[in-house]
Write a protein that binds this ligand. Structure first.
Ligand code: KG4
Ligand code: ZN
Length: 359
């Protein structure tokens, strides 16, 4: 395999990211502009706002990454960009910018699937990780369990039938008004709940178990969402709170939410492993679980997944937090993986064949 360098661009949601990665697993340059604080102030992502911020930031983000890497467009072997899934308005900004770069530099363009990129990041970090492996993606937009068979071939074992875990955590954090507490002001929902949970009792409030009667690997978080909402209403009534006063049981509730989500995730992973054991979908040499996505940076969830893996003789790989959340590096790395396999490489003359997809 020849030595190659790829520039990757990510704009599928609310982060504008760019990185240059080479085939020797070196991250030559990377830059990320987060919109998180602005969206926190709005109380959620508003797609046209996200689009405008991407448009404002993308040129600087790419320039910074190239400068840090000390490479010019000419030195690249290809440009990779997220084209699905994501917010259409956000995806379009990245794709159109990448197409311009491709035209300007005459370098090929490689379209990337955001979830595949999350999964494959583990191979950037761990050069011993061979395909196939089991992957669990937990983020603000997605929740799925799959077997990564090839660079572009995933076998989906299960996914969320409603919300994603990050979404459930973000909503709970908003309902609990954690943002009004100084110590959580700059945290996203998941981080705030993780920190608050450290001060609470995870067994204090029973929020129920979910989908235990379904013998599949699908996830559901809407039951939890409703249980949290009723619990907060009950507490507010009990304490006769007004306005933005914070309920006294907030730490116990955070710990209980985190516990319920963790239990649900671990149960589903165990199901997937049972299935793998029965069907021999993974050879004995490939008993590895990769966990990624923003929620994978949660230490409580990690700790319990580690226990599951120890029990089931699986190796657990979790990329460092900055690679678990959305970033340009994972897109560039996926570009390298596709270059190596000669998959999805579009000449600058064929750019019309590439388009975004929301799902
Ligand atoms: O992967 P990501 O950056 O973006 C996508 O959704 O694709 O994930 C963001 C999600 C948010 O919902 C955030 O609350 C959650 O990841 N998150 C966490 C933690 N850090 C971020 N959830 C739990 N514990 C954390 N420490
Ligand atoms: Zn993501």
């Amino acid at each position: 395999r020849k030595y190659s360098k790829v520039l990757g661009i990510e704009t599928s949601c609310d982060d504008t990211g760019c990185a240059i990665v080479d085939s020797n697993r070196n991250v030559l340059g990377e830059y990320l502009q987060s919109q998180q604080q602005i969206h926190l102030d709005f109380g959620g992502i508003i797609p046209p706002v996200a689009r405008d911020l991407h448009k404002q930031n993308i040129d600087n983000v790419v320039t910074q990454a190239l400068q840090q890497a000390q490479v010019s467009l000419n030195d690249l072997d290809a440009i990779a960009v997220t084209v699905k899934p994501g917010l259409p308005l956000s995806l379009l900004v990245g794709m159109n910018y990448a197409k311009e770069l491709s035209k300007k530099s005459l370098k090929p363009l490689i379209p990337i699937h955001h979830m595949e990129a999350h999964a494959l990041t583990a191979r950037l970090v761990d050069h011993n990780l061979q395909l196939p492996f089991l992957v669990l993606l937990l983020s603000g937009g997605h929740c799925l369990l799959a077997i990564v068979k090839k660079v572009n071939e995933f076998l989906l074992l299960g996914q969320s039938i409603d919300d994603a875990p990050g979404e459930a955590l973000d909503k709970a954090a908003r309902r609990l008004q954690l943002k009004n507490m100084k110590e959580f002001r700059n945290c996203c929902g998941g981080q705030a709940i993780e920190k608050a949970a450290l001060k609470g009792n995870p067994r204090a409030i029973d929020l129920g178990t979910f989908m235990t009667s379904y013998q599949d690997c699908n996830f559901s978080y809407s039951g939890l969402k409703n249980a949290v909402r009723s619990q907060i209403l009950r507490s507010e009534q009990k304490h006769e709170l007004k306005g933005d006063e914070i309920i006294p049981e907030v730490f116990d509730l955070c710990a209980s939410i985190q516990y319920a989500i963790t239990k649900h995730i671990c149960t589903r992973v165990l199901r997937a492993i049972e299935f793998i054991n029965r069907t021999q979908l993974l050879p004995d040499t490939n008993r590895t679980l990769v966990v990624s996505g923003g929620v994978a940076s949660n230490m409580f969830i990690r700790k319990h997944l580690n226990l599951v893996c120890e029990e089931e003789n699986f190796k657990l790989i979790v990329p460092p937090p900055k690679l678990c959340t959305d970033n340009g590096t994972m897109i560039a790395w996926n570009g390298i993986e596709k270059l190596n396999e000669h998959i999805d490489i579009f000449s600058h003359l064929d750019l019309d064949k590439i388009d975004i997809q929301s799902k």
